[in-house]
Design a protein around this ligand. Structure first.
Ligand SMILES: [Zn+2]
Length: 176
């Protein structure tokens, strides 16, 4: 069971990193997204998010298990992933975020075991991800440090969304 607060997350990784410092130079932030289900790879370097990058990210995050249906994902989700990428880069060098699930149709979501009925995945506001070289608990801490809303910690991946502040893990389903 984890009970993360932003303060605890900062203590966990040392106080040298704060989200404001990490985002102090947004022009240099690079978001690298990989979608193993399709082999796609996307790099976003321009901030604030441009329309074309928003489109590219929305397509990468489409529902690959339900006819490739896509929606415009929440731009804040993309920015949150970019902030996580910045911190991940500081930890391990050049990090890439592997997306295992993005937007889900309601039909697909209802077939996912344990998924909330009105999951933020169905609104284009959530992503499940992994970062090679960073453990899932550390990824959850990075997400907390950049001020993500929903943070879910699972055995081999993390969930992040732009909904209200909540934290849970696979066992407890605890919501803060
Ligand atoms: Zn999820």
């Amino acid at each position: 069971m984890i009970q993360m607060t932003r303060r605890a997350a900062l203590v966990g990784l040392g106080c040298a990193l704060t989200s404001s410092q990490a985002w102090a130079e947004p022009d240099q932030a690079e978001l690298r997204l990989r979608r193993p289900a399709t082999g796609e790879f996307l790099v976003i370097r321009n901030w604030p998010l441009t329309e074309v990058d928003h489109l590219r990210a929305s397509l990468l995050l489409r529902d690959v298990k339900d006819a490739g249906e896509a929606v415009w994902v929440d731009p804040l989700l993309i920015e949150t992933l970019a902030r996580i990428n910045v911190l991940a880069d500081r930890l391990i060098g050049s990090a890439t975020i592997t997306i295992t699930s993005g937007y889900r149709t309601i039909r697909h979501n209802s077939a996912v075991e344990g998924a909330a009925q009105n999951s933020f995945h169905t609104r284009g506001q959530a992503a499940d991800y992994q970062i090679a070289g960073i453990t899932a608990p550390a990824c959850a801490q990075l997400a907390a440090m950049v001020g993500a809303g929903g943070i879910g910690l699972y055995d081999s991946f993390n969930h992040v969304d732009t909904g209200p502040d909540r934290t849970w893990d696979q066992q407890s389903r605890r919501i803060r």
